[in-house]
Design a protein around this ligand. Structure first.
Ligand code: HEC
Length: 216
């Protein structure tokens, strides 16, 4: 009986999961739509949507990597311990390079000092994410220093699996204690705000051309 039921149950679960994913993505795109919808948006909506999807994938990558350290599997080795947030940072830089964006991780309680907030806008957005846990992502105009373009910010929350390295100060792995003397990224609890992804999408001449062009 159980054997007959199982495949259809699994199919049902998968369908439910897929529709949930679509609803979530839809909700996300709705939340972030306003600046893109404006006629004078400096960046075309397809690019904005691409940035949203890229940050969702980047976040999923970290969650997947961190979850490999969970559970009753054998003690993580030094090497596997290192394979969580460093590769996420490298992937972020690569996404930026591929698309002509700047992609950073930013955290008030940072581990790598390169990830400290830069400028008033980043500090304000982190503060907003802290005060408003329901806000997942938002757009802001580029700052005067950045020039023309837009910024997309996406929150990063702490999952239970993160606590292996971002839990109490004393429980941090040795490689963290040794390599990050200025570390502030500990004493988190699941559900806390850990930081955010910050994507700067500069206005490109192509974006302008496409908007200005009248086909035919
Ligand atoms: C195996 C240990 C480990 C685990 C597990 C881990 N991290 Fe990290 N995390 C680090 C290290 C080491 C750095 C610094 C990486 C660097 O130098 O760029 C870091 C950096 C970060 C940063 C960049 C900002 C900063 O403070 O430098 C974020 C954001 C972050 N981690 C979030 C998470 C989240 C969310 C999880 C769980 C899904 C997680 N981490 C799990 C070790 C870990």
């Amino acid at each position: 009986m159980a054997q007959i039921l199982l495949p259809s149950l699994r199919r049902l679960a998968l369908t439910a999961l897929a529709s949930l994913a679509m609803v979530l993505l839809g909700a996300l795109l709705l939340t972030v739509a306003p600046p893109a919808a404006q006629a004078d948006a400096p960046v075309d909506p397809a690019t904005l949507a691409k940035a949203v999807v890229a940050m969702e994938q980047l976040d999923q990558m970290r969650i997947a990597l961190a979850s490999t350290l969970e559970g009753p599997s054998e003690e993580p080795t030094m090497e596997t311990m290192k394979e969580v947030c460093k590769p996420v940072g490298m992937k972020a830089a690569a996404i930026g390079q591929e698309n002509g964006w700047q992609v950073r991780q930013v955290a008030a309680k940072f581990r790598n000092p390169d990830h400290a907030p830069v400028g008033a806008q980043e500090r304000e957005v982190i503060d907003l994410f802290l005060r408003q846990p329901a806000i997942t992502g938002l757009w802001q105009p580029a700052t005067a220093e950045q020039g023309a373009g837009v910024n997309y910010y996406r929150r990063i929350n702490v999952e239970p699996s993160c606590l292996a390295c971002h839990g109490t100060k004393a429980s941090r792995p040795a490689f963290v204690k040794e390599n990050y003397p200025a570390d502030r990224a500990f004493d988190f609890q699941a559900g806390d705000l850990r930081g955010m992804y910050a994507v700067f999408i500069p206005e490109t001449p192509q974006a302008h051309d496409t908007l200005g062009e009248t086909p035919g």
